[in-house]
Structure formats: structure tokens, C-alpha cells
Design a protein around this ligand. Structure first.
Ligand SMILES: Cc1cc2nc3c(=O)[nH]c(=O)nc-3n(C[C@H](O)[C@H](O)[C@H](O)COP(=O)(O)OP(=O)(O)OC[C@H]3O[C@@H](n4cnc5c(N)ncnc54)[C@H](O)[C@@H]3O)c2cc1C
Length: 311
């Protein structure tokens, strides 16, 4: 095939962005695991069926399946979202196939025997232009580097059962723990309310959670917070946490260290709440409230409640 084969984790924003990115090679074909993900805006979806895909994430089983299908379709590229899973699986594909891999790409120009890629390095402080030689080209797409195209239309679905070896089933997720974010995923959320060391304690996140609840937002945090054990690492925004691109990022009690900003620089608007006029985050903020988050955040929630009651 002329196009790219794209791994689909679910019909979620990041997978749709990966499909959009992959159109640089023409019409892509999608590969899903365990279930038909529904409309994706592509003509053909291959659905791999195996009990390995129903018992939790199994990265080697996914990688073996990608290579089996790629062996039949001979795509020019294999593309995945630059998510934890996407990067994990593609790295295993690269190791198995002994091929080079470009992660966190923001742009691509396919060429003969490879591609020119622009990719994010150094926690977002550097954009690197590089050439990747290999066939197929292996690539993951930096979250929110492209806007996902609409996913209308029912694709034709091709089901198959990959031939997996026992060694492909050794690494499997055994347990899934519920998050504390009220169901809104940090990377997909349109609004993120985040707290830093200025929250003061785990309990200090109560007003942040209340505001997030009112806005249908996800709760994020800085590394100072996860290091203190106030929130789980899954809430962390930054170089060593999630990269997010919400419509608005509300940063409460966060100083704005470069490693934190590497995770939220994709936000379309930034509101900072901080009493320190010298805090670096104010330099990046579109709006700022100079004050104590324990006064400002409850006041915002109260104003929202009053405005809604008056409607
Ligand atoms: C390799 C490496 C990777 C890293 N990765 C990450 C990462 O992924 N994410 C990340 O966040 N950090 C990361 N860091 C840590 C980063 O350098 C900072 O230490 C961290 O972001 C600071 O968190 P903070 O802003 O919550 O805390 P601080 O820098 O201590 O800032 C706290 C802020 O709260 C304000 N404040 C105090 N009281 C109040 C109040 N009552 N109301 C409102 N504001 C108040 C203060 O004025 C201050 O600006 C990394 C560091 C390294 C070395």
C-alpha cells in the first residue's frame, strides 16, 4: 500500500490526530486492537482479535500484531500517537524490526526510502529537523501537533487473529486503578485546573477540585506536588508528565519552571493565580490574578455558581 498504517488506541483525540498526520503519505489504513473503534474518517480498519487484547495493555502483543499486518500490507510508514502506549509499542516495533524510529514528530515530508521530520526534543525547548532512513518509516506524533480532522463515515472492517507467541504475552497490564480526576482525561480536557506547591497540601487541592468540577475540567499539578505525594504522577503536567493543549489552563500556585511549561505550552490561554508578581509563569500568562489561591479559586467558583443560578 502507498499510505501509512496507523495504530488506534481508541477513537480518541490523539489517535485521530495520528491519522490526520499520517495523511502525508496519502489515505491511511487503521489498526485497532480487540474492538472496532467506530468512525475514524478512514476507509479501512483492521481489527486484531485475540484474548491478549481483552486482558489489559500488552505492548509486545501489540508490536507483534503491527509487524504481522505490516508484513501483509507493506505500508510506507507506521504511525502512532506520541502517547505512553503509542511510544511504547512503536519502540518495540523498531527493536523487533531493527528500524530507526522518530518520536514526538510535529511535521513530516515523506521521501524515497525515508522522510524528513520535525520533532520535539529537550522537553519542548528544541525543534529538531532530521532525516529518518528506513522502510517503513516508524514515527509517533507529538500530542496536539496537528488538529484532528473530523471522523465521519463507516469504514470497512477487516478482522484478523494475529499469530502471537507465548513470549508476546509476558508483558501485560495486570490491574487498572481508577484515577482521581473525576473521569475527564488530562490530555483530552478542554479546561485544566492545575495546582502547584502553593496549594500547600493534598487537602489544599479541595478548591481546585471544586472549580474543576464546575468547569467540567481535569485536575493537573506540578512535579513539586507529585514529589510531595499530594497527587498521583498521572496528574503531573510537564517535561516528565503529561503534555496538554487545553483551551484554557488555570495554573494555581505554580511558579512556571521551564520543565512545567514544557507540558502546558500548547494551551491556547493561560490564567495564572499567584501572589508573587515576579513568578516566571506571569510572563507566559494571558491573564493573571495576583493573590492567594485559597481566596481567589473559591471566589471564582462562587461567581460561577451565582451566575448559573441567575440564568
Ligand atoms: C529533569 C526534571 C524534570 C522535571 N519535570 C517536571 C515536570 O514534568 N513538571 C513540573 O511541574 N516540574 C518538573 N520539574 C520540576 C521543576 O523544575 C519545578 O521544581 C517545579 O515545576 C516547581 O513546582 P511548583 O511551581 O509547584 O513549585 P514552586 O516552584 O515552589 O512554586 C510555587 C508557587 O506557588 C506560589 N504560591 C505560594 N503560595 C501560594 C498561594 N497561597 N496561592 C497561590 N500561589 C502561591 C509561589 O509564589 C510560587 O510561585 C522537573 C525538574 C527536573 C530537574
Amino acid at each position: 500500500m502507498d499510505g501509512a498504517l496507523v495504530l488506534i488506541e481508541a477513537a480518541d483525540e490523539l489517535s485521530l490526530q495520528a491519522l490526520t498526520f499520517a495523511r502525508a503519505w496519502g489515505e491511511p489504513v487503521a489498526l485497532a486492537f480487540g474492538a472496532d473503534p467506530g468512525p475514524l474518517g478512514v476507509g479501512e480498519v483492521h481489527v486484531a482479535e485475540h484474548e491478549a487484547f481483552h486482558g489489559g495493555f500488552a505492548p509486545d502483543a501489540w508490536a507483534a500484531t503491527v509487524l504481522e499486518l505490516a508484513g501483509r500490507l507493506e505500508p510506507r510508514a507506521i504511525v502512532a500517537a506520541g502517547s505512553d502506549r503509542g511510544n511504547d509499542v512503536i519502540a518495540r516495533v523498531a527493536a523487533r524490526a531493527d528500524l530507526p524510529l522518530a518520536v514526538n514528530a510535529t511535521a513530516v515530508e515523506p521521501g524515497a526510502g525515508g522522510a524528513r521530520v520535525t520533532r520535539i526534543r529537550w522537553g519542548g525547548s528544541l525543534l529538531e529537523d532530521a532525516t529518518i532512513h528506513g522502510s517503513p518509516v516508524l514515527i509517533t506524533v507529538a500530542p496536539h501537533a496537528v488538529a484532528a480532522e473530523a471522523a465521519a463515515g463507516a469504514p470497512s472492517v477487516v478482522q484478523f487473529t494475529p499469530a502471537l507467541a507465548p513470549s508476546d504475552l509476558v508483558v501485560r497490564a495486570g490491574e487498572r486503578l481508577a484515577g482521581v480526576g473525576g473521569g475527564v482525561s488530562l490530555t483530552d480536557a478542554r479546561v485544566v485546573v492545575s495546582g502547584g506547591r502553593g496549594a500547600g497540601s493534598a487537602e489544599g487541592f479541595a478548591p481546585i477540585e471544586e472549580l474543576a468540577g464546575l468547569l467540567g475540567a481535569a485536575v493537573g499539578c506540578s512535579r513539586a506536588v507529585t514529589m510531595a505525594g499530594w497527587r498521583p504522577h498521572s496528574d503531573q503536567v510537564g517535561q516528565t508528565g503529561s503534555k496538554i493543549a487545553p483551551d484554557i489552563y488555570i495554573a494555581c500556585g505554580i511558579s512556571g519552571a521551564t520543565q512545567h511549561m514544557a507540558g502546558c505550552k500548547g494551551a491556547k490561554r493561560l490564567l495564572a493565580i499567584n501572589p508573587d508578581v515576579e513568578a516566571p509563569i506571569l510572563g507566559a500568562a494571558d491573564y493573571a490574578v495576583i493573590g492567594d489561591l485559597h481566596e481567589v479559586v473559591p471566589a471564582i467558583s462562587e461567581a460561577i455558581r451565582r451566575a448559573r443560578a441567575a440564568r
